[in-house]
Every structure is written in structure tokens, then in C-alpha cells.
Design a protein around this ligand. Structure first.
Ligand SMILES: Cc1cc2nc3c(=O)[nH]c(=O)nc-3n(C[C@H](O)[C@H](O)[C@H](O)COP(=O)(O)OP(=O)(O)OC[C@H]3O[C@@H](n4cnc5c(N)ncnc54)[C@H](O)[C@@H]3O)c2cc1C
Length: 416
């Protein structure tokens, strides 16, 4: 019987297993798929945004306040600097982008996973791949066993790190929530987060075109519910890109409450009045130029055609002949360009899922379940979803470290 069984070999599970092994525990890591760290491999488009730079109190701003409160002890116990040091000690070179996101210099997530696997070897962790856990059993409030292919592996300390349910092809199909619920845990409603948004009437000819530095806003029954500044991309089904991922969680949460629509402010640094004034002056200076030229300065021409159509302005109109009403409609559209009604926020396409095991039922200092003795939970199986920026891997690494450490200390009767 291993001292610690870790279920799920993603970011959280790998670090949990390594830490438990490092402390001297005999560790068995069970992974459903044929390889470890699948989501790390696809993270950051294969480049892996490992974590976020800065002081921990700043890193915690990448989470909602209740999530940040929960993660604080773990993120101080295993910091962003520690995971980077683990990787760089083994030869990975990293760089920090101006926005604080940390990536490998040679831009490959494979290097990150290879190094983490090396740590598992160093800590003598037994890894079983293609070992899908089918359930776990408890007796008298204590964890008793983990079921793999019908076989019960007896276990007194189990770390549950099976992730969420987005990208189900990567192995994450929400298995942990069912087991946690059966063991008495509350599962907070699961929603997409960091996901693309599908529109009811996506315009096929916009697909593939990007908008730079706009403010994307979501409105529920016309009232603003979320906004994010940055780039966005039109897709064949709707919209994607950083701004879209940024608002997707709120949109997914509020979607059932009414009509949710999106619009974009294409000149976020210029007020309505300032933009009007700029256009008036531009028209005075360029009376013979078509008004489409002023819009083409602000956005790609493939999109400006649509915006002019929406504003009811003929792009060929010489600027000197643009009447006030047309100018006002143009300005109104540049400041609040309607992109359409939201059809869906696909859960399976999200980089993470929001929702999961309630944080009220897990000790943030140990990651121990408050419902079942000997059970520890970490990573995305918990009700945590950070922003884009390396926050989610940091949460998985930090909570995994604490879970593995606590499980090993309990198994080996080590002082805490
Ligand atoms: C496309 C994409 C890009 C991303 N990019 C970034 C990024 O750049 N930076 C960042 O911080 N975050 C990123 N994320 C999010 C980040 O990858 C996750 O938050 C993180 O991997 C969660 O770690 P985890 O260990 O909790 O779960 P996972 O990494 O999902 O690991 C869970 C593991 O459990 C296994 N498992 C599931 N069920 C069972 C079972 N029944 N039995 C045994 N094993 C099981 C799974 O196969 C999987 O290997 C991205 C996510 C995606 C999908």
C-alpha cells in the first residue's frame, strides 16, 4: 500500500506527487491518459505561460477575492519564484513579458513537462499511465481506497488532482466532481471561463480579422456586466482573443438571466466628445477624401465596411459633405459597435472551468478535505479560475505542493 496515492497527473498532481516523494513518502501517481501534463503541453498555445511574475499579493489579484483568500497560504508556501527556480535549476531558460507573464525562452511546454517528470524520478514516484480511476471509497469518514479498472488500491492518503472538464480530449472529463459529491462535498455550478464566445449571427466574412486594443463589453438586457481591454479576434462562430477570454466567465455565469450582447469601444482612449472633435477636424482638413479613410485609420478595412454599414454611412461620402447626423452615428458606432447577441460560451473550449469543489470545505493551509479524512484536493478540481496570465498553473502548482506535503506528513507522521 503506497503512503500517498495521487489521482491525476497534471500540473497539480505532478507537483503534489513530487513533494510527497521528496518528503520520503512512497507515492503512486495514477494518470488516465498515456502521458503526464497534457494540459501543460497545450498551455499558452504550446508555449506554456508557466506563472506570473511579481509579489504574491499582486499575483493573487488574478483571482476573484474569495479564491485569492483561499489560495493565499498555498501561494506563499510555494511561490511563483519557487516553480521558476525548480525549472531553471534544471536548465530551462525563462523570460518575463512586459505584462508579467513568464514563458520558456525557447517557447516549448515540452521542456517544462520533461523537467517536471525528472523531478518525479528524483523523488522515486511510481507513475501508472493509462490508469483511469473509476471512483474512490471512504469508510467511517476516512478515505479507504481508489478504484482503478475494477481493482481497489488501498490508500490512507489520496490527493485528488483530476482537473476540470474543459478540453475533454486531454483527459479531463469532470470525474472528480462526482466522486467528491458522493463523498459529501458541495460542487459549485460549473461554467466556462477563459473561453471563446459564440454569437447568434456571426458574420462569416469577418472571420480571422483582429481588432487591436479595444474595450469589449458584455451587456445583460442592455446593462453592462463585464468589460476587458485588449485585442479580440473574429472567428467563424463568434469572437475570441484576450478580451473575449477575459469576459467569458461573467458572460457564462449570467447567460441564463436574459439577453446577453457584446459591443466594442474602438477608441478607448478618446471620449465620445474628443472623437467627435477629431473627426470634425479631420473632415475639415481632408474635405475631398472619402469618410471611409478616417475609419480605416482606426480599424482593419474588412471590418470598417461593416461598421460603416451598421452606422448607415456611405463610406464613399467625401468628408466635407458628411452631415452631423451621419457623423454622430459614426461616432456612436466607433464608441459602441454592436457585435451581436451571445449564443453560447462553450465549456469544453475554455482554458479553465469556473466552479467545482466548494472552497469552504477544504482547508487552505493543507488542502485537506473537511469532509473526508485523508483526502486532499488541489488544482482545477477546486472552485477556482484565474485570469489569463499564468495564474491557473500557479494555482495548480501551489495547491498541489501543499496537498502533497500535507498528505506525506500525515502518512509519515511528520511534524507539520
Ligand atoms: C488550451 C489551454 C491553454 C492553457 N494555457 C495556460 C497557460 O498558458 N498558463 C496557465 O497558467 N494556465 C493555462 N491553462 C490552464 C491550465 O492548463 C490548467 O488550469 C491547469 O493545467 C490545471 O491543472 P490541474 O493539474 O488541476 O488539471 P490538469 O492539468 O487538467 O490535470 C488533470 C489530470 O488528471 C487526469 N485525470 C482526469 N480524470 C482522471 C481519472 N479518472 N483517473 C486518472 N486521471 C484522471 C487528466 O488526464 C489530467 O492529466 C490552459 C488550459 C488550456 C486548456
Amino acid at each position: 500500500m503506497p503512503d500517498v496515492v495521487v489521482v491525476g497527473g497534471g500540473a497539480a498532481g505532478i507537483i503534489a506527487a513530487w513533494r510527497a516523494g521528496q518528503l520520503g513518502a512512497e507515492v503512486l501517481l495514477l494518470e488516465k491518459t498515456a502521458r503526464l501534463g497534457t494540459k501543460i503541453l497545450i498551455s499558452g498555445g504550446g508555449k506554456c505561460n508557466i506563472t506570473h511574475d511579481g509579489e504574491i499579493q499582486d499575483v493573487l489579484r488574478g483571482f476573484r477575492p474569495n479564491e485569492a483568500r483561499f489560495l493565499r497560504p498555498a501561494c506563499y508556501r510555494f511561490t511563483n519564484k519557487q516553480i521558476i527556480e525548480m525549472l531553471t535549476t534544471k536548465g530551462l531558460e525563462v523570460y518575463t513579458r512586459p505584462d508579467g507573464r513568464i514563458f520558456p525562452v525557447h517557447q516549448t511546454a515540452k521542456d517544462v513537462v520533461a523537467i517536471l517528470k525528472g523531478y518525479l524520478d528524483d523523488a522515486s514516484v511510481s507513475v501508472r499511465l493509462e490508469a483511469p480511476v473509476g471512483g474512490m471509497e471512504a469508510q467511517n469518514g476516512r478515505i479507504k481506497s481508489v478504484i482503478v479498472s475494477g481493482e481497489a488500491i488501498m490508500a490512507s492518503q489520496v490527493v485528488l488532482s483530476v482537473g476540470g472538464s474543459s478540453y475533454p480530449n486531454s483527459g479531463t472529463t469532470g470525474d472528480g466532481w462526482k466522486w467528491a459529491k458522493d463523498l459529501g462535498h458541495t460542487i459549485q455550478k460549473v461554467h466556462a471561463a477563459l473561453a471563446p464566445i459564440y454569437l447568434e449571427t456571426p458574420a462569416a466574412d469577418r472571420s480571422g480579422v483582429a481588432l487591436r486594443d479595444c474595450v469589449l463589453k458584455a451587456r445583460l438586457n442592455a446593462k453592462e456586466i463585464a468589460r476587458w481591454r485588449g485585442d479580440m479576434l473574429f472567428t467563424h462562430l463568434g469572437v475570441s482573443g484576450p478580451t473575449v477570454l477575459g469576459i467569458s466567465r461573467v458572460v457564462a455565469e449570467r447567460f441564463s438571466e436574459g439577453e446577453v450582447s457584446l459591443d466594442a469601444d474602438l477608441t478607448p482612449d478618446r471620449s465620445h466628445e474628443a472623437l467627435t472633435q477629431d473627426i470634425v477636424e479631420w473632415c475639415k482638413e481632408n474635405p475631398k477624401k472619402a469618410i471611409s479613410a478616417v475609419v480605416a485609420d482606426i480599424m482593419p478595412s474588412r471590418l470598417s465596411v461593416h461598421l460603416m454599414d451598421d452606422a448607415g454611412v456611405d463610406g464613399a461620402t467625401p468628408s466635407g459633405q458628411l452631415d452631423k447626423k451621419s457623423r454622430n452615428r459614426l461616432v456612436a458606432n466607433l464608441k459602441q459597435w454592436p457585435l451581436g447577441r451571445v449564443r453560447a460560451v462553450p465549456l469544453e473550449k475554455g482554458e479553465v472551468v469556473a466552479g467545482g469543489v466548494s472552497l469552504n470545505e477544504v482547508d487552505p493551509h493543507t488542502m485537506a478535505s473537511l469532509k473526508v479524512q485523508g483526502l486532499y484536493l488541489c488544482g482545477e478540481v477546486l472552485d477556482i479560475a484565474g485570469d489569463v496570465g499564468g495564474y491557473n498553473l500557479q494555482a495548480a502548482f501551489a495547491s498541489g505542493f501543499v496537498a502533497g506535503e500535507s498528505a506525506a506528513k500525515s502518512a509519515l507522521n511528520l511534524d507539520s
